[in-house]
Design a protein around this ligand. Sequence first.
Ligand code: MSP
Length: 515
Amino acid sequence: MNKKQKTFFITTPIYYPSGNLHIGHLYTTTLAWVFANYKKNLNYDVKFLTGADEHGLKIQQKAQEMNLSPQEYVDIQSAKFKELWKLAKINYDYFSRTTNANHAKVVLNVFQQLLKKEIIYKGIYKGLYSVSAEEFLTPTQAKFKDGKYFHPVSEDQLIEVEEESYFLKMSKFQDWLLSSWKEKENWIYPQQIIKELENNFLEKGLEDLSVTRVSFTWGIPLANDKKHVIYVWLDALFNYLSALNFSLDDDQDYLKYWKNGDEIVHIVGKEITRFHCIYWPIMLKSLDLKQPTTILSHGLIRDANGRKMSKSLNNVVDPIYLINKYGAEPVKYYLSTQIIMGQDANFDEEHFINVYNSNLANNYGNLLSRTIAMIKQSFTGSVKYCENKIEKYEKEIFNSILQTKEIYLDEMNNFKIDKAFKEAINLSKKLNNYIDLTLPWTLKDNLERLEVVLNTLLNGLYAITCFMSCVFKEKTQEVLKQLNLTTINFDDIGNWNLFNDKIVEKGSLLFERIK
Ligand code: MSP
């Protein structure tokens, strides 16, 4: 009997359509997409979600500025997001929109349940609000200058509000949250975030969260108290469940990918980790729902000089420009490999070009073209594995292939995507080095030995191609064609007989050098 296919549900944040997406958003979405591909390669049943967070005061204001209705405005912006993902060749399974009618139903169902349980109650909110971050802040969390309050990170001015509001009893779950953070290994990654959240939020004591607004209308109105619209973060976080039809008639996806699912991973940038590591777990807990397996928080991309990207500095890196210039796959490769998971990084186009040339053109691409060219020069048929002709260098390469596979899988399973890909490139370097040691061009009169060397190279190339396939969907097809194979199968790494009946084909250059 077949083993049940494991499930993997992976999400990006749903992005605000109040502006254009930049390279930071592409970074998050690329990470999620690469993990989705990785799990598909391991035969998981994968669901990959991205989308747009379409409510809130900021969107209402933006639409007004452009003389559009909020709905017209978000329709235009969400269509742009989809175009960007198409250009970036990122295929997702579901695009969440918080203006979708089913999503509103889910959020209202949730709200109703929490009211009934008395976890949500009505009161008066008096405090500070950041329109740009759609975030409530206490005076101690804000920066105070010249009699005014500012957001501690974006430095945007905060508004003081006093209005009727519904609240979620966060304080009730404080102890539960603290102990859960500590008990569950891998729940929050990287772990040091927990310390920061503890120091900045839990030690001061969690305040109840205001979950409705009455001062604007662009949101989901409460069914029985229509002047209140639901707070954008409660609205937005539940997209992860509304996308699976949670609490609706046909909730098969919810049962499959969440309730009875195997792995649930949210990828978020560090500035919104707090919403995902404090609010979201508490919201789920208050409904007695299962928690995600992992909340993965990554660092921020800054400009080449280490400054925060912002419109006013005119230093925002546009992903459309990069993709049109260099192609979608190299850009996604760069983002997956050159930024240490969890740390901030500067984006520098010069560095991008250097990485492209050294890793892709001179290393992996060159290995492929050299290997195929040498085979075609001396053999008309396949080059076979011959166990009893293996020498010291081959043994080392075969060991390296198996070791790299082990490390690669381990790094990927622990979300260290940059390290995993570096292993693949190192293996490619070793193989190029192996060519320099064995000097195959001097073996034209010793075809037996030449066959051993070239077969070893093919086995190495196959392993590297498997590893790289999580980011190079299209290039992998070109390589497979040259290797006369049709699919990637990680289980075949180490099956040294794979090429015994494969006649390889010459193809075009995999990566042209950038001059
Ligand atoms: N709408 C909320 C998320 C709701 S999720 C339930 C939001 N949207 S956003 O448009 O501001 O996007 C924030 C996300 O974009 C970050 O968490 C991060 O993933 C990505 N990035 C935005 N700027 C970034 C950088 N400069 N660098 C890397 N990623 C960044 O917050």
